[in-house]
Design a protein around this ligand. Sequence first.
Ligand code: BTN
Length: 271
Amino acid sequence: MAQEGEILNVETIRALLQTNLFGREPESILEVWDTIDSTNKHALQLAKDGAAQGTCILSREQTAGRGRLGRSWVSPPDSGIYMSIVLRPTLAMEDMPLITLATGVACAKAIEKCCGFAIGLKWVNDLILGRKKLGGILVEMQKPAVVVGIGINIQHDEATVPEDLKEKMTWLRRDSDTKFSTNALATEILLQLENYYQMLLDGRKSDILNDWRKLSVNIGKEVSCQSGNQQIVGEVIDISEQGALLLRTVDGVQTIYAGEVSIRNLDGSYT
Ligand code: BTN
């Protein structure tokens, strides 16, 4: 399905990589697998074994890709970028959620630069293209390390997309005119992520939050938010300094720290 030059491979990534730390051997290892159960699972194990900050694991396929909220992440061969990065953040606990937001901004910027698409961010961190989900981020902890997992849909065969995702998901090469190198996109994501992560460590939180706000598809919208077993409906007014969602509801402004947001459509339904 994928052209040869579009297949993730370690030599091309090494040749294109412009980071200072991420994926730079011998300190931070860079692995590109043909197939793996989950890059996050593997990176968490490496982190437990002491892997350095900036260790990057990519795979052409995942057989047990993990999504948020216990879901799976559809990861057929050469259909997406599946990657995980080990971080060892020196941040206050309450600032940890900002890693997810910074990753979303980094991915959006990289896709815009390499593919020319304007990407939106749906809280907490879905990458949105044309109102559909293009990618997602799963941050998992292996204290004191953190693993940032990124999944971006590159190309899928419409016929094999699971029925329940058909209306919801999209991919970058949906239109055959879209030309870019998958390896270049993966390396640009690493570069942008390294930059945004450094901004976070340097205390430039408001720069990251402002970039996130500009890309947000939620702010100013009516949403329904499933948070634990609570369903809260309201208008998104902003995100807090720690990246929580601020919702104006009939009971006043509520701060949502975790959950899943659906945006209200004109017909009153939510997507
Ligand atoms: C989401 O549900 O939106 C988050 C999806 C995250 C998927 C990525 S793919 C690479 C990494 N490894 C995994 O098992 N999951 C993440």
